[in-house]
Design a protein around this ligand. Structure first.
Ligand code: PLP
Length: 377
């Protein structure tokens, strides 16, 4: 009997309201809502922390030469050995720490949580990167968040230590710098957490290229520390490539549940090609950091706008005299897409997040935002 036949029989027995999915899928899956991505067609796209720069024609030609002979009829290298070596070099990952690659760091978050025992608790800050929660709930794990201090989004260590003691989290995620707030947590606070956590602590360094600090050097000091990064914010979001490193034993176990060919051939070749051009990304990153400082100053000068300090490639700001929903919609009407975080409420009420674009895009954004703020309500 096929699933559909079985379903019809149950329908005849008058379990009419039940859909096939509600019969088959776990309650926590049915209760979730899908991760929505805004449609950015014809808009200046400043919503997703992408690098705004594309490659020169010359580099594109060089790249096409590299992928031209890619054996697309063959499976990719399941261990992506060449790419892994350049990632190790580019990120100064210690020789004794193995590296696991993922189809974006999103996939690595999923792998980490898939490996946990069923009743495990996952702990993160609020606010933080939404995928921690999304994946934890999809797998039926307990998810616990601890609010950051409202005034500066720093870790509330009293609450944090209490939550660790009460919930005994198997995994703690700390985004460093944090998304969507942009700040770096106090490294001594993080070390205190590492010293007292009963499980793993994942330092998510997605914004490492913009932050000039890292926990990579601390891997030797903590058995429960893992450092995760991605090439997405660096300028290769379309490739879907993230990586994590830590103790041999942990990475070995994760490798067992990784699908064998999770990094496709074109991503392996393209990422290797791109990371060999480190100077290109360094120049782009320097430009983005310089533009971030300009944008922060300009935001500061607009009445009714309060920007927060950022060590990433975006700036979070609070709107004081008008609602964030209103400003977000008006910007969109004027052709600019940023991220409205106000629906997440709590400390993010009336908060918007803008990704650093090209100097020109940033100017357009500031001009339109100033004009909106000057309009009477
Ligand atoms: C963007 C982001 C990621 C996701 O990275 P991908 O490699 O594109 O999946 C992970 N963590 C944080 C904190 C992010 O902001």
């Amino acid at each position: 009997m096929t699933l559909n036949e079985e379903y019809r029989i149950i329908q005849n027995d008058k379990v009419m309201t039940q859909t096939l999915s509600s019969k088959l899928f776990r309650a926590e899956v049915l209760a979730m809502s899908a991760y929505k991505v805004a449609d950015a067609k014809n808009l200046i796209k400043l919503d997703a922390m992408e690098n705004p720069y594309t490659w020169s024609e010359e580099i594109k030609q060089e790249w096409l030469e590299v992928i031209k002979d890619c054996p697309i009829n063959r499976y990719p290298d399941p261990e992506a050995k060449q790419l892994t070596e350049i990632i190790r070099h580019h990120n100064q990952i210690p020789a004794e720490n193995p590296i696991l690659l993922g189809n974006g760091s999103d996939e690595i978050i999923q792998l980490l949580l898939m490996a946990l025992a069923p009743e495990s608790c996952v702990l993160a800050t609020s606010p933080s990167f939404v995928m921690y929660r999304q994946v934890a709930l999809s797998l039926g794990l307990h998810y616990q968040d601890v609010a950051l201090k409202a005034e500066d989004f720093s870790l509330d260590m009293k609450m944090m230590m209490q939550a660790i003691k009460t919930h005994q989290p198997a995994i703690i995620f700390l985004a460093y710098p944090n998304n969507p707030t942009g700040n770096l947590f106090n490294p001594n606070d993080i070390k205190h957490i590492l010293d007292h956590a009963p499980g793993l602590v994942i330092l998510d360094e997605a914004y490492a290229p913009f932050a000039n600090t890292s926990f990579m050097d601390s891997l030797k000091d903590y058995d429960n520390l893992l450092v995760m990064r991605t090439v997405s914010k660096l300028g290769l979001a379309g490739l879907r490539l993230g990586f994590i490193t830590g103790q041999q034993d942990i990475i070995e176990q994760l490798n067992k549940i990784r699908l064998p060919y999770n990094i496709n051939s074109l991503t392996q070749l393209t990422a290797k090609f791109a990371l060999e051009k480190a100077e290109l990304f360094e120049a782009q990153t320097d430009q983005i950091i310089a533009d971030r400082e300009v944008l922060a100053n300009q935001l500061n000068k607009i009445d009714g706008i309060h920007p927060y300090p950022s060590e990433a490639n975006f700036i979070l700001f609070k709107t004081l005299s008008k609602s964030a929903d209103d400003i977000f919609n008006q910007l969109k009407k004027r052709g600019i897409l940023i991220k409205n975080l106000s629906p997440q409420s709590g400390v993010l009420k009336d908060c918007l997040r803008v990704t650093i674009g090209t100097s020109e895009e940033n100017l357009t954004f500031i001009r339109e935002l100033s004009s909106i703020m000057q309009d009477s309500p």
